[in-house]
Unconditional design. Sequence first.
Lengths: 911, 171
Amino acid sequence: MATIYIENTPYEVPTGKNLLEAVLSLGKDLPYFCWHPAMGSIGACRQCAVKVYKDENDTKGKLFMSCMEQVRDGMRLSIADMEAKEFRAHIIGWLMTNHPHDCAVCDEGGACHLQDMTVMTGHNYRAYRFDKRTYINQYLGPFINHEMNRCIQCYRCVRYYKDYAGGKDLDVFAAHNHLYFGRHEDGVLESEFSGNLVEVCPTGVFTDKTLKQHYTRKWDLTMAPSVCHHCSLGCNITAGERYGTLRNITNRYNGEVNGYFLCDRGRFGYEHVNHVGRIRKPLVRARLPEATDKLTALQAAAAVFRTGSVIGIGSPRASLESNFMLKTLVGDDNFHLGVSDTDYDLECLALKILKEGAARTPSLREVEQADAVFILGEDLINTAPMLALAVRQSVRRQPALEHISKASIPVWQDAAVREIVQDEMGPLFIATIHDTKLDEIATHTYHDTPDAIARLGFAVAHFIHADFPEVSGLNENELQLARQIADTLLAAKKPLVVSGTHCGSERVLMATANIANALVAKEREAGIVFTLPECNSMGLAMLGGHKLDSAFEAIFNGYADTVIILENDLYRRASAGRVTNFLKSCKNVIVLDHLHNATTEEASILLAAGTFAESDGTLINNEGRAQRFFQVYPTSEDLQESWRWLGELGTILAHDRISHWHGFDDILQAMVKEKPEFKGIEAVAPGTDFRIAGQKIPRAPHRFSGRTAMLANINVNEPKPPVDPDAPLSYTMEGYRGQPPSSIIPFFWAPGWNSSQATNKYQQEVGGHLKGGDPGLRLIKPNTAHTAPYTQTVPQKFQPLEGHLYVLPLHHIFGSEELSMHSPPIVERAPEPYVLLNEEDAILTKLQEGQSLSFTIDGQIYQVPVKISTHIRSGTAGLPAGLPGIPYAELPAWATLNRELKWRQQPQTTY
Amino acid sequence: MFSLLRSMWLTFLHAFHKRDTILYPEQKAILPTRWRGRIVLSRDPDGGERCVACNLCAAACPVDCIALQATEDSTGRRYPEFFRINFSRCIFCGFCEDACPTYAIQLIPDFEMGEYNRQNLVYEKEDLLINGQGKYHGYNYYKVAGLAIGGKGKGEAENESPPVDIKSLIP
């Protein structure tokens, strides 16, 4: 700690920081543009000038750029000094000379850092009376809108896009006073993290194109803290609503999880909430009209429930509460996890390894601090995008830390650090089934079948620790690679192994567990990360239940005749034939879901469930972190949370336990009582009756407009404000105006700070944890004593089969996830169906790129255009998982080539 | 005693003063042009809607009686999809007019808005939009803003230089 004097008042600040960070951490206002907590300082904008004095006798002082100045003990500075103030006002005056008079039609307006800083410096009137510079904009794809006139040349966009996120197609062009930030030509921004430009840009150059479709100012949004439902990482998001539709998703800072950024699937994949295919009223198919009200539907469901013997199928995309409620309603023996059998095994294994293994699973923030990473079988950009971004940071960080310790440069000196590091990267080894976008930063890549990846993993574990099983039959290159990886991991202080369920192989998970255990046995602070298929896969695995296949058997064997399916499209979990057969064999099918899909078509009673924006619940992410998400806006009573439907059903049926639960908190209490491993989950967020100064936390900002007019077209008499029975948040602007606890921050705002930069005011120190700790509770603790090999069995070498292909699942950030594929911009970015073949196999089958290949997996015939790759192993093929247009198959699986078909004569579009 | 007589005298003198009372509604009051009465939405000199749906009027409104939704035409010109004022809540403070960056929303000297049914005091855009410029003539926001819209490309607004040729190295 160092003492600095600001306007002669002493403050304790941590050393090693720059002055700007220190000043902001103290809660003071100091304008800035180019500096960003995640990206460091370059001193480009000259906005954060302060006066620094030599000693207490110095009255003159010198102007310093606070972001470029390291904190020194005894430093004396002044923010309010007149000269410094004037300097800052002039700087912004100059920055504004070319800024257009656009605020009224600019999407950033009301949440604009430039507006805030202009007001903060007191630059109220424009002195510049001459011509303004203009630019031609570019088309940047379905996510981002470009309006280059507004640029103030702070360089944040390229620093984020190129340096931080590793993008290649955004850069700065031209020279001197007409710099241009954009692509080399019009086109879609390739990076999967391009959406963050919206928040990184201090003004409206890059804005959210999806928000533009239904534009709403930040002050008019009703916002609630939520958790992204589009992958297993559980990034924190803020969801905003206006006039009953979801308008945008913005980042909600969580120092342990997503930090300042989100991936594009999470940010732009929200349109399913507003989709025309939403189920908004319960349907009872046996009566006319089918659409009915809540009570009729519940009574119909209760009648079915009373007469039949019921099983329940849960869902990894439903909240823990909904799954728990269903499990309680149907009974433990009749509850089936609604995941494919492959995923069931993999998820249970992943959970077991995390619980019993010796290595701890780190958060995303901790992943960034790893100094050697080995990825087994995961295409992270597509399966857990933000984890890929975290791995990229670890690779950037490792050499930087090494160099700056020698060169004594502070870590935030971005330009200097980049200069000294040049192209050096930290150690990253990637073993995947085909090439991935992270390969470009990898020290070494290895592309082979899951079994070969597992064998490599086992060999690495053996080289780390001789007690671990040896792998026979590896070739020289593989042995050398395994040794190199082992040496690198051993040399690292915080080695990290990453794997997951997406290549569909248990052996890869076990190999990963072996490496982690071996590293811990060698007393290294090793981390292990598993990515899981969906947002609540971990929660579902922890809750426990039977396989989906046993649900099918239960119906086929007459053990049960009625099924309740919770927010789950079974056609994405098992082969179409089997699911159809299953649904036809059920006497009654009760489905709770929010979108029409193939499963809801078969439902005899369909209950309209709320999406993430219309429900409260808890999700458990891949590191076992339980996080609460809150309802964003009230709904009609015919549309409600799945757990509420099931709870009301239980109450009608006079279920001995459910009928005693009144409200959300009771469910959490009951869950903790039943499952001790969920202990603490009830305190992840403050309970329903939490109040500050007797008030709830408002979801709407205090400038929220139109309250007495927005519903006046329906009835001029304003309705009573809706009440939220489940959360300490109110739907209106009334309530406590100060900072709420970190887990229930509906939006980041501070006086004078309307943009997302207001996050600074909510952090313990800038870029660090939120005040009161980052939200979420980790439920999984490793068993550090258990350092024995997880398994001794090493898989055999992969043997290709004549006339067959071993089909492996390929995942796509845009396309593989069910809900985001209801958003038109995501659909625009999704690939067309294809099958990835090795060059040699393509020659063997006499196929060229684009021609269709016919094959059969488990009775399901596929006819898909071929893409040719040199990276996928010969004898295997890659099939996109979850992509519309490709029927479900439990992958990996052997496919039989349908040779009798004449390839070349196949019309290409008949798949 | 004296003050009593004085008051009576002064009151008596009023009988000879000019009458302030007018026979409304037969006779209309002459209101100053800055009178804050009924709210209208005006058009720019080219006949386009002036309102760009920036929401500032709604934010400024102390009784929150303005609700609108922004939308865009195919050329990028922004306008309100709907614009609703609940006049049964309006206090005619004129903050909306002050806040408006485009002179779109204006309070005019008309106060005769009485209704038997309160619901009729909810005005939609078609009730508000007039076919003229209202009090402020000659102003066209899009001629000032940097945004390109149909009929006005980049660099064609007032005080704008032509778009930068980013391949040029000339300062």
